[in-house]
Design a binder for this molecule. Structure first.
Ligand code: TLP
Length: 359
């Protein structure tokens, strides 16, 4: 059987043996009553790691972001966020559809930041014509910007701007763990300026399900209400939280391996004729590579690779997103580079399988 190397995302990671053992033996209770000891432990660990008073376990990153925004803002309020933010791009406009919140986008710079002046400019004056600005949302690491990290200093500056204007700062920290490991700083430091942060357990950390939201005790009480509103109140969720505890306590440091593999990939891809990649912008586990040949596009390359057992997502007709993860070894990286090399040397015959365009 062909060895499949799945670089579509880090969401494809499967639980480790330690997770499965922890899940099988987890003590559980009814978490809507606050009686699941394993969920309570996961939430305490997450709150501590993120330097916040409290945390709540939710089904997904999407739900964590939605609950956070609903908990900070009211219908008609505005959220300032990047035009490439996951919340804006990939969450079905949930904050508007469900919460009546309005997106006020400002351009994401290539490094995932928003210019402070652009944020400041987007903050509405107190005038009856305008919606009320209520929230600023950042993303760390930044998915569509290629896994770039936001520094603690930048995040602090945005937090200061938010708070000086009476606004809340939310961080979509789906991959905050990667940002912390890459910069050698604690997740708490990266979240210090935030009023809320959502972090995923089921991406690089390989838990099967779940994310956590962290913030003040009062905020998390409101978040728990909104989780229930959205149907996300789980009962004996300790079986899932058990895997999350393993994720947080055993799986963080190894993210450095994913980052090293991503850098090796980027260096190798940069050397292949017909491809462009910039290793200097690979901060974490995401590589964006472009097809530079005129006779073939990224979708065709992705399709041709899939018939050779390599899966990745085109971002558009030129660019591909390549995500290293727990199951991708250094040997796989070599195999991916060899396969790319061989493919780009000749005619690329696409399988016609209709690769999914992710962007
Ligand atoms: N990102 C996914 C999806 O877009 C499919 C991926 O493969 O990268 N914030 C960020 C920055 C994310 O990258 C994601 C997922 C989410 C939030 C949402 O998390 P989930 O998938 O748990 O709802």
């Amino acid at each position: 059987m062909m060895n499949i190397i799945d670089l579509r995302s880090d969401t494809v990671t499967k639980p480790t043996d330690a997770m499965r053992r922890a899940m099988a033996t987890a003590e559980v209770g009814d978490d809507v009553y606050g009686e699941d000891p394993t969920v309570n432990r996961l939430e305490a660990i997450a709150a501590e790691m993120l330097g916040k008073e409290a945390a709540v376990f939710v089904v997904s990153g999407t739900m964590g972001n939605l609950i956070s925004l609903l908990s900070h803002g009211a219908r008609g309020d505005e959220v300032i966020l990047g035009d490439n933010a996951h919340i804006f791009y990939y969450e079905q406009g949930g904050m508007s559809a469900v919460g009546g919140l309005m997106a006020h986008t400002v351009p994401n710079l290539a490094d995932g930041t928003l210019a402070l002046a652009a944020i400041e400019h987007a903050i509405r004056a107190d005038d009856e014509h305008f919606a009320r600005t209520r929230i600023i949302a950042l993303e760390n690491t930044h998915n569509r910007c290629g896994g770039r990290v936001l520094t603690p200093e930048y995040t602090d500056a945005v937090g200061a701007l938010a708070h000086a204007n009476g606004l809340m700062l939310h961080i979509d920290g789906a991959r905050l763990w990667n940002a912390a490991v890459a910069q050698g700083v604690s997740p708490a430091r990266l979240a210090a300026a935030a009023d809320s942060v959502t972090c995923c357990l089921s991406k690089g950390l390989a838990a099967p399900v779940g994310s956590v939201i962290a913030g003040s005790a009062a905020f998390i009480r409101q978040a728990r209400r909104n989780r229930k509103l959205l149907g996300g109140g789980m009962r004996q969720a300790g079986v899932l939280a058990a895997a999350g505890i393993v994720a947080l306590t055993e799986m963080l440091d190894r993210l450095a391996d994913d980052h090293a593999n991503a850098r090796t990939l980027a260096h190798g891809l940069a050397r292949i004729d017909g491809l462009a990649a910039d290793p200097t912008v690979v901060d974490t586990n995401i590589v964006v590579a472009a097809v530079t040949r005129d006779d073939v596009n990224a979708v065709q390359v992705a399709e041709a690779l899939s018939t050779r057992g390599i899966l990745l997502n085109p971002l558009d007709m030129q660019r591909m997103r390549i995500v290293t993860n727990y199951h991708v070894t250094p040997a796989d990286v070599e195999q991916v580079l060899d396969t790319f090399q061989e493919l780009m040397r000749g005619d690329v015959v696409a399988a016609g399988g209709g690769a999914y365009i992710y962007g």
